[in-house]
Structure formats: structure tokens, C-alpha cells
Design a protein around this ligand. Structure first.
Ligand SMILES: Nc1ncnc2c1ncn2[C@@H]1O[C@H](COP(=O)(O)OP(=O)(O)OP(=O)(O)O)[C@@H](O)[C@H]1O
Ligand SMILES: [Mg+2]
Length: 236
């Protein structure tokens, strides 16, 4: 499967619905990511961003619709998809706090050297317990571990949450470089649209579990705000 620019679509949600118990938290979601692009998934708290990711990677049962991975419908769980090149960075910092930075990196599929090449900041920190790192350093560790494995696709839930702008810029810069160099497909969940639009190529907007807009990042924040406001008024 290819997108309009001829890029290979690696992960796709087709009419995906999922939820908790009988309550559907997301309904009929259609999104896709292709090699070499960063796609942002926006939405307010509770809009269904995390639910969308979890159901895309097979960690939450789907009540309707399908996920396609590398062109085929899949029922695979995350640990199976991970072996096929899908990297997932969950919502809360996923470092193992009591283990050293080095041991955290050894748990990844890409090794220590490749990770330090991606974020040289980690070099002097290798012997430190990961729980002692700053929030920004922890996210560098998480992102380095994910990117060192040279994934086909990377899904990141709220990379920038609670971090200073300069740290977020550094994380996004490295992400952009990795995507360019290795043709990775990225789905980036973010609440802070302004910053994410600088790094993203396209965006989707969720509201109350439904997809209410999508666009090119070069349309800027104005287009996103128009779509968002249109979504708000049509639902009221
Ligand atoms: N484990 C759960 N059990 C029941 N309901 C849940 C559970 N997790 C999420 N929900 C509900 O599903 C809806 C979507 O939540 P989700 O976590 O996907 O939103 P989100 O967009 O990621 O929000 P945030 O920005 O706060 O992370 C919300 O109404 C939430 O209350
Ligand atoms: Mg979330």
C-alpha cells in the first residue's frame, strides 16, 4: 500500500473502534503512517489518543475495524509487532528506574553504542541509575533505546509532556534526523500542537473518540484551529 506521495504505508487503522468494557472510547478511526513521515495525533485529555495507539498495536481489543501492519491485516500483539520493527514508547516514562542507563539500553534491540550515537548526552550517564535522570534525560534514554533498534515504525505517546521547550526541541530534532536518515514512519501523540507542528509532516485531530480533522503541518496552526473549532461547533 502506498500513500499519495508513493511512500509505503506501514501502519494503518481502518474503521477502528475500541474501548473499555461496553463503552467505546474511540469510534471508526482511520489513520495511517508511511515511511519517512512524522504524523502528529492531537486531541484534548480523554479524546482517545492513547486508546487509539493501544488498539493499533494490539494491546486493546478492537470492537470494530482493523489494523494493517506492513500491508496486511494483523491481530498481532505488541511484543510480536516489536519483533517485526514496531517501536512503541508509552505514555509514562518507561525507563527501569532501579537499573543503570547502560542496562536500560541493553534491554533494547539496538544496543548501547547505537543509542549513544543518537544521543551523545547519554554517554557520561551510562553508569547512573535511570531513576536519577532528569525528565528530559529519561525521554532521551527512551527515544535513544527505541531509535537504536532502527525500527520501521515508531509510535510515541506524549514525548514532550512536562519538559522544557529547549529539551523538547532537542528530542524533536533528533527524531527528525532519524526519520530522514532511516525512512522511519512515526506517529506522535502530542497535546501541545504548536511545537509538534514544527516537527510533523501531517496531523490528525481526535475529539471525544472520533477523528474530526486532518491536514498538512505546513497548513500551520491556523488550519488546525479552524478544524478544531469547526469540530467543536458541529458537535454542540
Ligand atoms: N483503563 C480504562 N478504563 C476505562 N476507561 C478508560 C481507561 N483508559 C481510558 N479510559 C477512557 O477512555 C477515554 C479516552 O482515554 P485516552 O486515555 O485514550 O485519552 P487521551 O487522549 O490519551 O488522554 P490524555 O491526553 O489525558 O492522555 C477517556 O474517556 C478515558 O476516561
Ligand atoms: Mg493519553
Amino acid at each position: 500500500m502506498r500513500d499519495d506521495d508513493g511512500r509505503e504505508i506501514v501502519l494503518q487503522a481502518c474503521g477502528l473502534s475500541a474501548g473499555y468494557g461496553d463503552l467505546p472510547a474511540i469510534r471508526r478511526i482511520d489513520v495511517h503512517i508511511a515511511r519517512g513521515e512524522i504524523v502528529a495525533l492531537f486531541g484534548a485529555n480523554g479524546a482517545g489518543k492513547t486508546t487509539t495507539l493501544m488498539s493499533l498495536v494490539g494491546e486493546l481489543p478492537r470492537s470494530a475495524g482493523q489494523a494493517h501492519w506492513l500491508g496486511r491485516p494483523t491481530q498481532a500483539r505488541l511484543h510480536q509487532l516489536a519483533r517485526q520493527g514496531l517501536a512503541f514508547v508509552p505514555e509514562y516514562r518507561s525507563v527501569l528506574a532501579s537499573m543503570s542507563v547502560r542496562d536500560n539500553l541493553l534491554l533494547g534491540r539496538g544496543g548501547v553504542e547505537a543509542a549513544v550515537e543518537i544521543f551523545p548526552e547519554l554517554g557520561p550517564l551510562l553508569g547512573r541509575r535511570a531513576g536519577l535522570l532528569s525528565g528530559g534525560e529519561q525521554q532521551m534514554l527512551t527515544l535513544a533505546r527505541a531509535l537504536a533498534a532502527r525500527p520501521v515504525a515508531l509510535l510515541v505517546d506524549e514525548l514532550s509532556l512536562g519538559l522544557a521547550p529547549i529539551v523538547v526541541e532537542r528530542l524533536f530534532t533528533v527524531l527528525r534526523q532519524a526519520v530522514r536518515s532511516h525512512d522511519i514512519a512515526v506517529l506522535l501523540v502530542e497535546q501541545e500542537a504548536r511545537r509538534a507542528l514544527d516537527v510533523a509532516d501531517r496531523w490528525y485531530l481526535l475529539r471525544n473518540g472520533e477523528l474530526v480533522g486532518c491536514g498538512d503541518a505546513n497548513g500551520g496552526i491556523d488550519q488546525l484551529e479552524r478544524e478544531y473549532l469547526a469540530g467543536l461547533s458541529s458537535a454542540d
